[in-house]
Design a protein around this ligand. Structure first.
Ligand code: FES
Ligand code: FES
Length: 205
């Protein structure tokens, strides 16, 4: 990069030479198309934009979480053409024209994906921050292998970190979702009324 110099007068009245670097231009804007949760999207994005940022800031997928932003926690996992990927390490341009599924795309209308239901039933989610990433990688696993063994489940989620559950409930949630899928049973309408998980607690005490 070429330095530019300018002669200026300093406070003592002497001429001094001041060096400055020319402004670095920002990234170009490029057009970006993809299918996000079944909807075709068409945005202008920075040419160096990260997929996680485009999904959160432009596609409105706030369920795709930013944890470490360096590929170690798995919170930002999404499916790209059915394969789970860590969206904080993917340039959006690499996912152009792809089918992207985020956690918001797992349910079918009011019907939860079995993995969403079993995470709720088995305590696979506590604070919930890691949960979208786990749900996405688990759904991808069950799609390609509806009856995974416990070692296969553990291998599939090895890139996802959870600070709360101790993982046992997560493995159990995935096994239970597998049972639902293999049995062909559906999951109920998520808007139907549920029994009170905290009976006796009115919320006014
Ligand atoms: S935010 Fe992407 S792996 Fe942690
Ligand atoms: S449920 Fe809290 S980090 Fe996993």
């Amino acid at each position: 990069m070429t330095k530019q110099n300018t002669q200026v007068v300093d406070c003592s009245g002497e001429y001094v030479v001041q060096y400055s670097l020319p402004m670095v231009p920002g990234p170009d804007k490029v057009r970006w198309n993809a299918t996000v949760n079944g909807v075709n999207v068409d945005f202008f994005i920075d040419s160096n934009a990260i997929l996680l940022d485009v999904l959160r800031d432009q596609a409105g997928s706030l369920g795709t979480k930013r944890g470490c932003d360096m590929g170690t926690c798995g919170c930002c996992s999404v499916m790209i053409n059915g394969t789970p990927k860590i969206s904080c390490l993917v340039l959006a341009q690499e996912a152009r024209d792809c089918e992207i599924t985020t956690v918001e795309g797992l349910s079918s209308g009011h019907h939860l994906h079995p993995i969403q239901q079993t995470f709720a039933d088995c305590g696979g989610s506590q604070c919930g921050f890691c949960t979208p990433g786990f749900l996405v990688v688990s759904a991808a696993l069950l799609e390609r292998n509806p009856s995974p063994t416990e070692p296969e489940i553990k291998a599939a989620i090895e890139g996802n970190l959870c600070r709360c559950t101790g993982y046992q409930q997560i493995v159990e949630s995935i096994s239970k979702a597998s049972e639902i899928l293999v049995s062909g049973r559906g999951v109920g309408d998520s808007t139907s009324s549920k029994s009170d998980p905290h009976p006796g607690f009115s919320g006014s005490e």
